[in-house]
Design a protein around this ligand. Structure first.
Ligand SMILES: Cc1cc2nc3c(=O)[nH]c(=O)nc-3n(C[C@H](O)[C@H](O)[C@H](O)COP(=O)(O)OP(=O)(O)OC[C@H]3O[C@@H](n4cnc5c(N)ncnc54)[C@H](O)[C@@H]3O)c2cc1C
Length: 477
């Protein structure tokens, strides 16, 4: 499929030209393309726009039949639930700017979530209030943290005890001594193994356990979050669904954006570079930008092959197992059992987040159920229908008032989806100082960007940061 500036519709002639199997796509009128960008996620789309602003002839090739990558809204479901990217913090200057430029409206969803009052704790299938948890013999946390909920502990400890003097220097080799596992760091702060298992491994945001992730990555994250908080308490989402942002950014492009174009081979030569797609088509340009997760690039054949730290990073940089299931609801069963509709569980239902995207602040438009780490992988092994059934039963067992009141719609596994291979990059212990400083360096005529290559911001803002770096790199090459 081909997207043009004017429309998202398919032009038969254009499609024929774009998918001519085995053929090298001719250069557009006026000479060879300057840059081909692989991937129409936020990093790829913004790189394309930045390069076009500097007069470059650009083409974007996207493997999926949609743009946005990890920004993915179910536009046909109540409340337009977000299976991927949720919200920008107040200090997302690049994200806010991109939204303005693309003409989409941002609104603050934070007040709704603050008013909703957090999440209920459900352990071993039983709900516990904060007071009950503080007094529970099962509570493995040291005295200062007895009243904290399990999901609050790790961030609190990292925020209070981070040894990283300047979070913006997290990748600097001078901080190599801090590039230890999160588990080692938490142990040094007095957490026992059972406490780490409950507070981190049950629903990890990075890896499958505290052994998997570098403490430096969490310390970088902490610095980024604190800086965002200084900018304000807002949490900004796109009116009508976040996917509208990359869709609108795609429309700003002058060059072609071809959908269904999975890059499988990239060749960097002395005077040009070319991309081969799974459908046999080939495209040439002066430079190629890979705006793709490294885990996805493992399946792409590079000639010459990548080498050194870069090859190691592509082969080994971790990605986050995370799956999200969306449920619609038939009634306000939480008024019956008086528990918060949102729950953090140590069971098969993972984390249940009431969606508050209705016309009033308290209207619940559905449930987003997230499995992270080993739970996401367990759902994947079960397969979609069985996993959705298990989640349904687990929610109903924890709160009988929900019985018959929730209906599964879909489950999306970011790890098993071949064009993401995970929700975000995870630097393991030792990987920050060895990989991060040089892994995104250009290889011949090939350049790299994407959230995993950002060093001064995270998430969507990181993806945009990386697009600025790569655009400058391409323009000054
Ligand atoms: C569940 C979830 C929640 C999140 N919440 C937040 C949040 O609240 N705030 C925040 O800031 N960030 C959040 N993020 C992260 C944010 O969405 C990402 O960091 C950002 O969207 C990544 O953009 P990207 O362009 O680097 O990568 P991607 O969005 O992954 O873009 C890569 C693109 O490349 C395409 N592609 C893959 N393989 C090929 C190939 N071989 N050939 C051609 N194209 C290919 C993909 O289809 C995709 O479109 C969340 C992510 C997830 C999954």
């Amino acid at each position: 499929m081909i997207l043009t500036r004017r429309s998202f519709t398919l032009g038969a002639a254009a499609l024929g030209a774009a998918t001519a199997a085995g053929g090298v796509r001719a250069a557009p009128a006026g000479g060879m393309l300057d840059t081909i960008i692989l991937g129409a996620g936020m990093a790829g789309l913004n790189t394309a726009w930045l390069l076009e602003q500097q007069g470059q002839k650009v083409m974007v090739l996207e493997a999926r039949q949609r743009v946005g990558g990890r920004v993915f809204t179910l536009l046909d479901q109540p409340g337009t639930p977000e299976m991927g990217f949720n919200a920008m913090a107040a200090g997302y200057g690049r994200g806010i700017d991109a939204a303005k430029r693309a003409g989409v409206e941002l609104y603050d969803v934070a007040p709704r979530y603050r008013a909703a009052g957090g999440m209920a704790l459900v352990l071993d299938g039983k709900p516990l209030t904060r007071e009950q948890w503080a007094a529970s013999p099962l509570n493995p946390f040291p005295a200062p943290f007895k009243t904290a909920m399990p999901w609050e502990i790790v961030n609190k400890i990292v925020a209070a005890k981070t040894p990283l003097a300047d979070w913006t220097e997290w990748t600097d080799p001078k901080n190599a001594a801090l590039d230890v596992s999160l588990r080692d760091f938490l142990k040094s702060q007095g957490l026992s193994d059972p406490a780490i298992t409950l507070a981190y491994d049950t629903a990890p945001y990075y890896g499958t356990s505290a052994f998997d992730v570098s403490a430096l990555m969490l310390e970088f994250n902490d610095g980024f979050i604190k800086t965002q908080a200084l900018a304000g308490p807002q949490s900004l989402a796109v009116k009508g669904g976040n996917s509208r942002l990359p869709m609108a950014m795609a429309k700003l492009l002058k060059g072609d954006l071809l959908l269904g174009k999975e890059a499988v081979g990239i060749v960097s030569e002395a005077d040009a570079a070319s991309v081969r797609c799974a459908d046999g088509s080939t495209y040439r340009a002066k430079r190629i930008v890979c705006a793709l997760p490294f885990a996805v690039m493992r399946r792409i054949k590079f000639a010459p092959g990548l080498s050194g730290v870069q090859a190691q990073a592509v082969a080994t940089l971790g990605t986050q197992p995370l799956s999200a299931a969306f449920f619609t609801i038939k009634s306000r069963y939480w008024d019956v059992d008086t528990l918060n509709p949102s729950m953090w569980t140590d069971g098969f239902a993972g984390t249940v987040q009431a969606q508050l995207f209705g016309t009033t602040d308290s209207e619940v438009t559905g449930l987003m159920v997230q499995g992270r780490g080993t739970l996401a992988r367990y759902w994947d092994r079960l397969g979609k229908p069985a996993a959705l059934e298990l989640i349904t039963h687990s929610i109903e067992a924890a709160r009988p008032a929900a019985k018959g009141q929730i209906s599964p719609v879909t489950l999306h596994s970011w790890e098993s989806e071949q064009f993401s291979a995970g929700a975000w990059a995870v630097f393991g212990p030792g990987q920050v100082h060895t990989l991060a400083p040089t892994m995104a360096a250009p290889a011949g005529r090939i350049h790299f960007c994407g959230e995993h290559t950002a060093t001064g911001a995270r998430g969507l803002e990181g993806a945009l940061e990386s697009s600025e770096r790569v655009a400058i790199e391409v323009l000054s090459a």
